[in-house]
Design a protein around this ligand. Structure first.
Ligand code: HEC
Length: 128
């Protein structure tokens, strides 16, 4: 007789709880408000490009990879050089776009606080 995989479900529940701990509904709400700083140039919930490329599914995406968007040379080179958007690289880019990708055409000074950045990333994650 096969045994119920008790250990496996305990592990998945632990992961689920850890995940919820990382991004509470409150964080995501705050992140959505922080995203107002970006909406002049970006859409996150559909694949529409504005002045900036759409950010739907930006997680795990190579930098400069939206096919019908005209990126700067700098962003194309960063992507070709292996830059992929994840928690760490997005945090650095949003803290200081021009430091992370010198020569980027994204004219945005950067966010200041780690909670703004973390919550914004939590919000972006809700748009796979
Ligand atoms: C003034 C317009 C503008 C604002 C405001 C702006 N961006 Fe951008 N963003 C751009 C442009 C233009 C690019 C393309 C940059 C390039 O090609 O160098 C870009 C690129 C990006 C990329 C890389 C996307 C990719 O496909 O590689 C991310 C991520 C990003 N922006 C996130 C944000 C977030 C989050 C905010 C708000 C905190 C923000 N941007 C605010 C214009 C803007």
């Amino acid at each position: 007789m096969r045994k119920k995989p008790v250990a496996t479900s305990a592990v998945s529940i632990a992961i689920l709880v850890a995940g919820v701990g990382l991004a509470s509904a409150e964080d995501i709400d705050h992140g959505r408000r922080v995203f107002r700083l970006c909406v002049a140039c970006h859409v996150a919930d559909s694949d529409t490009n504005k002045f900036g490329p759409h950010l739907k599914g930006v997680f795990g995406r190579r930098a400069g990879a939206v096919a019908d968007f005209k990126y700067s040379q700098a962003m194309q080179a960063a992507g070709a050089g292996g830059l992929v958007w994840d928690d760490a690289s997005l945090s650095e880019f949003l803290y200081s776009p021009r430091k992370k990708v010198p020569g980027t055409s994204m004219s945005f000074g950067g966010l200041w606080t780690s909670s703004e950045i973390a919550d914004l990333i939590a919000y972006l994650r809700t748009n796979p």
